[in-house]
Write a new protein. Structure first.
Length: 530
């Protein structure tokens, strides 16, 4: 009996000891697991920021692909598709001494009476090609090229509004063009037989004929090398009346209705959260900015800089001083990055933070403007934010709030119909012409003088029949508009676990990284610290 009790007691102690040992081992195991998990988490926390940075860089590559797709895709007239193509008509001026004709200085649409060889100032005239072999009229010096320079040309056409001069025998003519000042000519299409006669011109349409080998802007640059001509090769039929002779150019326009903008930005320009999965992270945001929608630090007028800063809530007196200091600084120190503007006297980090999203050093600069000598950087009217548009109109003395009303009207209009030209000379092309749009804003731009001041400021050409002045006698106070972009930037934000990193890249529309400014090559890439 005592033996059994002893054995039971020993077994109990052994069992208790085993249980205690198992508990100890379990505690040790849990401790080891915890240490491993903590060490793993520490490792992940150390690696995650690096991974987030690589994810951000992948976002940059994704943005570049979006711009490449926009550039290379066959363009359509659908603003929701990649690219937005429009076709403004561009007026030229007739040559003095066109053979066998009476001519007006500019063959603008809507002639109501014949012109004469001395009629240089009245635009509502039509010219006559007499019934003689070799009678012709040439048109050249297409002024609106100054506003469209650099825009990719998809196709070019010659447009004409013409009829026979009476009910007599139908005459024929040939449209043709020259790229060497008329030394040689290339026919466009077949000879045209004119069978219409309408004393009021009401039923006479504008007809377009495609130029098979599209000329470049270089062909049009000097204003005389590229010419179009209506030519009578034979004396058959009655005289020909020509009211309108122009070119129509199918252009690629960059605007805020395209996928490169709408996929990654909200309608107000703020970044969309896209959360594109990549490995164990996501590209959180990657908004693409059109650099041409901003104010160029190296070329902006002092007035434009001043009002931009005021629109960004910098006090007027301070903004005026800062604008003066920026112009002074760049006189000997060209800005290579926007951050360098902080080197201008008085530009604090706080002031820089207010304007940094609206300034640039990268877009194309127009060296061919007709008013106010020197190079200017036009602003893309289809992508510029409200503050930039306001600053363009601010100094025009058009009313205390008119500059804001006009800027908002532009933003509303371009959301459905982007602008494509300063003015299209064909009156049926009202949708995308900025000048014709301004003429409709009579509720607040109540006088012709106010409307013309806006057009004068935003036009790089000399748009009238004398080729010496434009809409008013003034010059451009800030800068003109453009409709196409060559430089973009993206700020991509990568996220892995709880780590975020941001990187910014500026690139050209072909995806390359080298932006040239004068003799400098500006290759901008850097991490952005929130």
């Amino acid at each position: 009996m005592n033996m059994k009790k002893t054995l039971i007691g020993e077994r109990g102690v052994s069992l208790l000891t085993a249980i205690m040992l198992l508990l100890l081992l379990s505690v040790l195991g849990l401790a080891v697991v915890s240490l491993v998990m903590v060490d793993t988490q520490v490792s992940l926390n150390n690696i995650a920021p690096f991974q987030a940075f690589y994810v951000a860089e992948a976002g940059i590559e994704r943005a570049i692909r979006a711009i490449r797709d926009d550039t290379s895709t066959t363009q359509t007239t659908n603003p929701a598709a990649d690219g937005y193509c429009v076709r403004p008509c561009v007026d030229g001026y007739t040559t003095a001494g066109a053979s066998g004709s009476n001519y007006a200085y500019a063959l603008f649409y809507g002639g109501t009476s014949p012109g004469s060889a001395t009629d240089y100032t009245v635009i509502n005239r039509y010219c006559t090609l007499n019934a003689t072999a070799g009678a012709n009229v040439q048109v050249y010096n297409f002024q609106q090229r100054y506003n469209l320079m650099g825009v990719p040309i998809r196709t070019m056409e010659i447009g004409i509004r013409a009829q026979k001069s009476s009910t007599g025998t139908s005459p024929t003519m040939q449209l043709r063009y020259s790229t060497n000042g008329g030394t040689s000519w290339t026919n466009v299409g077949s000879a045209i037989t004119l069978s219409t006669y309408d004393s009021t011109w009401a039923t006479v349409p504008v007809t377009f004929y495609t130029i098979s080998a599209t000329p470049t802007w270089s062909n049009l640059l000097d204003g005389t090398s590229f010419r179009i001509q209506a030519y009578r090769s034979a004396a058959t039929g009655v005289s020909i009346l020509i009211d309108y002779l122009c070119i129509r150019v199918t252009l690629k326009v960059d605007c805020s209705t395209e996928p490169w903008f709408t996929t990654f930005k909200n309608s107000d320009g703020s970044a969309k959260t896209v959360n594109i999965a990549l490995g164990n992270g996501v590209i959180a945001t990657m908004p693409i900015d059109d650099e041409a929608g901003k104010v160029h630090l190296n070329y902006a007028s002092q007035s434009l800089l001043n009002y931009l800063m005021q629109e960004c809530t910098i006090p007027a007196a301070t903004a005026s001083t800062l604008a003066t200091n920026i112009v002074t600084y760049r006189g000997t120190n060209w800005f290579d990055t926007i951050e360098e503007v902080k080197q201008a006297t008085g530009m604090t980090t706080a002031y820089y933070g207010l304007i940094k999203d609206y300034i640039t050093v990268y877009p194309w600069v127009n060296p061919n403007v007709q008013k106010t000598t020197g190079n200017r950087a036009p602003i893309n009217i289809n992508t510029a934010p409200l503050q930039v548009l306001q600053a363009v109109f601010d100094p025009l003395a058009i009313g205390a709030t008119d500059h804001t009303t006009l800027a908002n009207a532009i933003i509303t209009r371009r959301a459905t119909t982007p602008f494509s030209s300063m003015i299209s000379s064909n009156p049926s092309d009202t949708a995308s012409s900025f000048a014709r749009f301004v003429d409709t804003q009579t509720a607040y731009l109540t006088t012709a003088a106010e409307r013309n001041a806006v057009k004068e400021n935003c036009d790089a050409s000399l748009y009238n029949t004398t080729q010496t002045t434009s809409w008013t006698t003034g010059n451009s106070t800030t800068t003109e508009f453009c409709y196409y972009s060559t430089a973009y930037s993206v700020t991509a934000r990568g996220k892995v676990v709880y780590s975020y990193r941001q990187a910014k890249r500026v690139f050209e529309d072909d995806g390359t990284f080298n932006i040239t400014s004068g003799s400098l090559t500006l290759n901008y890439w850097r991490e952005v610290i929130p």
